[in-house]
Design a protein around this ligand. Structure first.
Ligand code: GLV
Ligand code: MG
Length: 351
């Protein structure tokens, strides 16, 4: 007895007239999910340029929008969706959480008025598959009613202790799942972590070098990545279900080096992008989540040296086999997606 639908029903729409769920996620570049406050007219006025600069534009309706501005933010999102052509840039929204007074109107209004423009709905504070099932069913009903032609995907924020505990069931909950982002600020609070930051490290979380005989004077202290465990757990859950994992926000805009280091750890662990909350973080995410040209050129050599992906060869003194061939393919596949959008990188990758 399992809680999921049978394989035969897994991909059938949840409402008569709703679009068929995707069998595989559309191939899109999502190095940064750029957060905007949709009720801010000055920011909306610059949207045409922003669309050209980023991979995903997200209209944020949840935290950081005051209760008194929730309705203006929702209306602002609908106007930005209707007034612009987003081309290859994704259009997402982060709705309010399901137990809030705003979620139902966020969902019904946005699907009714901008359903055909919306690629992904980000759902905060997801605790288990039941949250995804609810939104999945409601979206299907609304898609059918408003004749939305392409399924709206769900992206869960992993930001409660219970959500982390249930991460695999969340990933498996629906073919509408796009992926997940780590929400380090809410997660820290939910877990009772003793921090006051939005993502990033903490100077006191680390290990002290051994007090061996050699240690003379001050012992070195090595700071560790507070998010390593959660990112690893999220990446495994996502990749085993064909979903995309993302690092979330980095709140200290005065420390771009630390932001870059945190994004890079996530990239190396398997994440495909991060949130940009400030314009300066757009370039950081582009740099980090586009593979390094040196790595791409080396990966291309591996693929060329092992045309059918089997056997063992030496390249520049390093052993290559079927497993490094697969790693090389991950890098080159990503480089091709980046190259399609970025002519300068296409040249550097020689693609
Ligand atoms: C994001 O929503 C977070 O809580 O970190
Ligand atoms: Mg949060």
């Amino acid at each position: 007895m399992t809680a999921s639908r049978t394989p035969a029903k897994h991909y059938s729409p949840l409402a008569i007239g709703a679009p068929e769920p995707f069998r595989a996620l559309p191939v899109t570049l999502e190095r940064m999910i750029h957060f905007l406050p949709p009720h801010n007219e000055k920011i909306r006025a610059k949207l045409k340029d922003t669309i050209r600069q980023v991979d995903v534009v997200l209209g944020n309706l949840e935290d950081a929008v005051a209760a008194s501005e929730k309705e203006q933010a929702r209306a602002g999102f609908v106007s930005m969706a209707r007034e612009h052509d987003f081309g290859a840039t994704g259009l997402w929204t982060r709705i309010n959480c399901l137990n809030s007074p705003w979620a139902l109107d966020d969902i019904t209004t946005i699907v009714a008025e901008a359903g055909d423009k919306l690629d992904v709905m980000m759902l905060p504070k997801v605790e288990g598959p039941w949250d995804v099932h609810y939104l999945d069913q409601l979206l299907a009903q609304l898609e059918a009613r408003h004749k939305v032609r392409k399924p709206i995907l769900i992206h869960a924020i992993l930001e409660t202790a219970e959500g982390v505990k249930n991460v695999e069931a969340i990933a498996a909950a629906s073919p509408r799942m796009h992926g997940m982002s780590l929400g380090p600020a809410d997660l820290a609070a939910s877990r009772g972590m003793k921090t006051t930051r939005v993502g990033g490290g903490h100077p006191d979380y680390g290990v002290l070098a051994d007090a061996g005989k050699e240690a003379q004077g001050a012992r070195a202290f090595y700071q560790q990545d507070l998010w390593h465990y959660t990112v690893g757990k999220m990446v495994d859950a996502c990749l085993s279900y064909g979903l995309k994992p993302f690092y979330g926000p980095f709140g200290d805009f005065s420390d771009p080096a630390a932001c870059e280091a945190q994004f890079r750890n996530a990239f190396l662990q398997g994440c495909l992008g991060a949130w940009s909350l400030h314009p300066t973080q757009i370039e950081i995410a582009k740099r980090v989540f586009s593979p390094d040209p040196k790595e791409v050129l080396f990966a291309k050599k591996i693929l060329a040296a092992m045309p059918d992906g089997t056997g063992a060869v030496m390249i520049e003194g390093k052993m290559q086999d079927d497993a490094t061939w697969k790693q090389a393919k991950v890098i080159v596949d990503l480089a091709r997606i980046v190259a399609a959008k970025d002519p300068a990188l296409a040249k550097a990758y020689e693609l």
